[in-house]
Design a protein around this ligand. Structure first.
Ligand code: PMP
Length: 348
């Protein structure tokens, strides 16, 4: 028999179809069955691979993008990495306008992935010509054949999850999912996934509760409750990628039943606990999502028959200098001496 070579044509073929993994120990005293959709299994180690690939391929279909053209976005985080990765394979230039607050590590990572990085001053207002929003807009108008991804205000961000994350979860749970819990930043993940899942459950006469995880210092929960933007809600917080200081149009607030807020400190500790109990080395917002599950369970949101799916958005490796660094944790005041002792390294 002739043996075939079993290889993927390129890294992009590995985007999506991430595993659903049962949570066992960390949920031991909690009512319900808990399953994590672990998005770190994407080749770019986050859920943003899905939107990067989808939005770029939609632009190709519409004839907006052809090889040699340029992708532009304002992000130093997961979306920037995913866009740079897709651009390499598909032969586009990738320009990322990032804030001067971004760490050197992050900028080096984007450069490694072939992106042209513009570092813009963090202290200026959004409408200042030097802000990363304005720099991205200017470059988009100047560079012929460029696409500005604009993930917070791009409906395709929702569609990407409607077409991939939603159907995957429906199939993986055999339609038995009762709750979807996901972090909300742009809102693309929760809105697209929930839209698909709610449509399917309606067809078979069941209902799925959809709960967004928000940060203290963000406007999302208050906006969901009052339909009013309250600037008094805004203050700095440490979790990156969760919550927002504006109302993104990529969030479908009508499809979300409720928002739950979590703190920086509890989310950091819960992320570290996920590694120790489940062997899942995931990012800061995964800790936030798990922390949200705990609070919701205490509030009586779940019972023995609940099948809860939580989305873990990215990998722990991006947070080595933050939540997985004991010094950083101490500096934030997140460590009491007892915990610090457990993490002591012994030098021989
Ligand atoms: N977690 C992380 C680490 C992220 O980068 C993001 C994206 N901002 C989210 C969660 C939230 O996902 P979404 O933007 O789809 O709401």
């Amino acid at each position: 028999m002739k043996e075939e070579i079993k290889a993927h044509n390129n890294v992009l073929e590995l985007i999506g179809n991430t595993p659903l993994i049962k949570l066992n120990k960390i949920t031991q005293n909690m009512k319900g069955n808990y399953f994590a959709k672990v998005e770190a299994f994407n080749p770019g180690h986050s859920t943003k691979d899905r939107i990067a690939l989808y939005i770029i391929e939609e632009a190709e279909k519409k004839g907006i993008l052809k090889p040699g053209d340029t992708i532009i976005e304002t992000t130093s985080g997961n979306t920037g990495f995913s866009l740079a990765m897709v651009s390499i394979i598909k032969g586009y230039d990738c320009i990322l306008a990032v804030s001067s607050k971004s760490s050197a590590d992050k900028i080096d990572m984007l450069k490694t992935m072939g992106a042209k990085v513009y570092v813009c001053p963090a202290h200026v207002s959004a409408d200042d010509p030097r802000s990363y929003y304005e720099v991205a807009k200017r470059l988009h108008s100047e560079v012929k054949g460029s696409v500005y991804i604009n993930q917070y205000f791009n409906e395709l961000n929702i569609d990407a999850h409607y077409k991939t994350t939603g159907p995957e979860i429906w199939e993986q749970t055999a339609g038995k999912i009762t709750h979807l819990v996901a972090c909300s930043g742009t809102g693309g993940t929760i809105s697209g996934t929930a839209r698909f899942l709610k449509e399917q459950s309606r067809k078979i006469g069941t209902n799925i509760r959809v709960i967004g995880i928000d940060a203290y210092g963000s406007v999302l929960q208050k906006y969901h409750e009052t339909k009013e933007f309250d600037a008094n809600e805004i203050y700095p917080y440490r979790i990156e990628g969760l919550g927002k200081n504006l109302i993104p149009s990529a969030t479908d607030f009508n499809i979300i039943d409720k928002f739950e807020k979590v703190t920086d400190e509890s989310s950091a500790h819960t992320a570290r606990e996920l590694a120790k109990t489940e062997g899942l080395f995931v990012g800061y917002t995964s800790g936030a999502a798990m922390q949200g599950l705990r609070q919701l369970e205490e509030e009586g949101e779940f019972d023995e028959n609940s099948n809860i799916v939580v989305i873990f958005p990215d990998h722990g490796s991006r947070y080595m200098s933050k939540i997985y660094n004991d010094e950083w944790m101490s500096q934030q005041g997140f460590f009491d001496s007892e915990t610090a002792e457990i993490h002591k390294i012994e030098y021989i």
